[in-house]
Structures are given as structure tokens and as C-alpha cells.
Design a protein around this ligand. Structure first.
Ligand SMILES: Cc1ncc(COP(=O)(O)O)c(C=O)c1O
Length: 356
């Protein structure tokens, strides 16, 4: 029996996607070869890369000014590659310190150029997203973490700013429709909402990219290189892109991003309602900024934390231990997680509280 998988990433994948991927790994469409045994320039592979990009465009309703490329190195590499491509010496990147991934982004961007940290919620353990700050006049763009996977806060409404937003959407890509015109760049690793580890999807407004004052950067890290070669400048991570393509098809077939948003809201409402109603548990983030995807919560009697984790595991609920810097619990409820799994967790929380 499969577990109720609340892992933060690599994370749950729809069963139908796994089945088709498993078949493709053995033999791809009667070709006598595994998908992973084919050249990245084989027509079948190139068709999959193209389809994956075009599915991202369809799902978000992207206009021609947006390009979709596939890169390696995870979102971690993008924390450096984005400022390398977008920042020049006259400007700074504006950032708001909302948690673990903002801190990583600040460090990475500081290694490339100037960074202005506009506000921080570190003092209150990232229990909210600071909303009052002023964008400096020299800001080239605002880098924000759409969803802080570890701390459990999420931008429910993106700010109105005079510069493009560069968003790390690693944990909430494809989970809801977007006001796309606000974004100059979006990136996300695949292993949470659209597949397995190994590829990173990058959405770029190329009209904006073309206005950049280009600094000298290695060809391999230049977004333009990957745009011009349709992500095939070098050996692309073919199998992860194949799985991403299957997950993107699944997302569309389920009803697209409106439907993903509806399901994710339903799951989050169910869990947060229990967290708020159950005296044994408490949420870590203020209600307005709570993440729909990664719900962080604590137990009011810390001596029972380990006991609850074991109790949950005995009932096939896995992946709910909080990140070490935050502690407590974190339930990751990505697109592929069914409502039933959240119901099981909620029932366990209720039963546990009644018996303690
Ligand atoms: C918001 C966010 N940004 C960046 C990363 C780093 O992604 P990767 O490990 O694929 O480099 C993660 C990973 O969990 C994340 O959640």
C-alpha cells in the first residue's frame, strides 16, 4: 500500500505519471530503447522537451514574450544565475527576508552584486511576510520567494511594484493561476509539483531580458544560450524533463491551474481548520500569510512531538517532521497529494488529542 506522502520534496507524484514514466524507462513507445537511452537530440526527445515547454505556456496562458527553458543545478543554481544575468553594476536586487530560501537568495545575489534587504520577519521566526517597505530607486528587480517551503509562509497576493518580480516558485509552481505580467522571471525545481529531481523550469520575459545591460558571464549560464538552443545547448536532463512533461499533461487533464488552486485551498483549509481548533496543535505562521502547500505547525506539549510522529508513521503518514531549523511539523500538500491523505492526518490529530 502506498503511504500518505507529505514529503517536502522530492515529493508525491501522481500514480498514473509514475506508471507511464516506468514504462518509458523500460521502453519508449515501441522504439526498442528506454527514453533514458536516447540521444537528447533524438526527434522523440526533442518533441518531449518542446511539449513540456508548451504545456507550461498553455497552463499559465503565457504570451509570445515569455520563453520556457529547462536547466540543471536546481533552484539553488538559479539563485546565482538570475542575478548573473539580470543585475548590472548600477543597480541592486531588492529582497525581503521571508525565511530560509530568502536568506540563501540574499547570500547568492551578494556574491554577484549589490543587494538591498527591504524588510525581514526573522525576529518573529518568519511567522509573516513583511508588507511595509519601500523599493529603492536603484532596484533592478524584486526577488521574492513565492512560497517559503521550510518556514511555511506564502505570498497570497504579489506586491505591486514598479520593477519586474523575479520569483523562486520552487514549491508553488503550477499550483494556482498567476498575474503573469508582474513577473520578469520565474524558476522552479521539478521535484515538488511537477516531477522528479534533476530539472529546473525557467520562465523568462525575453522582452525584459533583451533590455539588460549585459555583463560578462559564462556562456553556459546565460539564459540567452538556452533560449536560442531550445534547452539543448548541452545534454539536457532528458528523463526528468520527460517525467515533467507527463506531470504537466496530468495537470492540464485534471483541469489546469484553477482546479489545482481549488484542490490546494480545500486541502489547506481542512488542515488549518484542525490546527486552529485542536488545543494540542498550533500554527507557526499568521493566518493571512500561511502557505497552502507547506503547513507548518507545532504541538503545545513538546514532549509529545516524537510520540505523534511515530503514531502518524504507524498509520502510514510520512514526511511531516519539520525542518531542523524550524522544528515541529510540516505537512507538504503539493498538487498530487489527494484530499483523503489530509483527512487521514486530520483524523489522526483529533484521535491523538483525545487520547492525550
Ligand atoms: C523555495 C525553494 N527554493 C530553492 C530550493 C532549492 O532547490 P534545489 O534543491 O532543487 O536546488 C528549494 C528546495 O527545496 C526551495 O524549496
Amino acid at each position: 500500500m502506498k503511504k500518505h506522502n507529505f514529503n517536502p520534496g522530492p515529493a508525491i507524484i501522481p500514480t498514473s505519471v509514475l506508471e507511464e514514466a516506468a514504462q518509458g524507462l523500460l521502453e519508449y513507445q515501441g522504439s526498442g530503447l528506454s527514453f533514458a537511452e536516447m540521444s537528447h537530440r533524438a526527434p522523440q526527445v526533442m518533441a518531449v522537451v518542446e511539449e513540456a515547454s508548451s504545456l507550461v505556456k498553455t497552463l499559465y496562458g503565457l504570451g509570445d514574450q515569455y520563453e520556457v527553458i529547462w536547466m540543471q543545478g536546481g533552484a539553488s543554481a538559479q539563485l546565482a544565475i538570475a542575478p548573473m544575468n539580470l543585475l548590472d553594476e548600477e543597480h541592486s536586487v531588492a529582497l525581503i527576508n521571508t525565511g530560509y530560501w530568502a536568506i540563501k537568495a540574499i547570500k547568492a545575489a551578494s556574491e554577484i552584486g549589490r543587494v538591498s534587504v527591504l524588510a525581514s520577519s526573522e525576529q518573529s521566526r518568519f511567522d509573516h511576510i513583511p508588507k511595509s517597505w519601500t523599493l529603492p530607486t536603484d532596484a533592478k528587480y524584486l526577488h521574492l520567494i513565492s512560497n517559503e517551503t521550510i518556514d511555511g509562509n506564502q505570498w497570497q497576493k504579489y506586491p505591486d511594484v514598479s520593477v519586474p518580480i523575479v520569483a523562486d516558485m520552487t514549491s508553488d509552481f503550477l499550483t494556482r493561476p498567476l498575474p503573469i505580467e508582474k513577473f520578469g522571471l520565474i524558476f522552479a525545481s521539478a521535484q515538488k509539483n511537477f516531477g522528479i529531481a534533476g530539472c529546473t523550469c525557467v520562465v523568462i520575459n525575453k522582452d525584459w531580458l533583451n533590455t539588460r545591460k549585459k555583463r560578462a558571464i559564462p556562456t553556459i549560464f546565460d539564459y540567452q544560450t538556452h533560449i536560442e538552443t531550445q534547452s539543448l545547448y548541452h545534454t539536457a536532463p532528458t528523463f526528468p524533463i520527460y517525467v515533467a512533461c507527463l506531470a504537466l499533461r496530468w495537470t492540464l487533464a485534471q483541469g489546469g491551474l484553477e482546479e489545482m488552486a481549488r484542490r490546494n485551498a480545500e486541502k489547506a483549509t481542512l488542515l488549518y481548520h484542525e490546527i486552529d481548533a485542536n488545543p494540542l496543535f498550533e500554527g507557526s505562521v499568521q493566518a493571512a500569510d500561511r502557505s497552502t502547500l507547506n503547513a507548518c505547525f507545532r504541538i503545545t506539549r513538546p514532549e509529545l512531538e516524537e510520540v505523534f510522529l511515530n503514531f502518524a508513521a504507524q498509520h502510514d503518514v510520512v514526511g511531516i517532521k519539520g525542518f531542523p531549523t524550524v522544528g515541529g511539523f510540516r505537512a507538504s500538500m503539493y498538487n498530487a497529494l489527494p484530499l483523503e491523505s489530509v483527512q487521514v492526518l486530520v483524523d489522526l490529530m483529533r484521535y491523538f488529542a483525545q487520547h492525550h
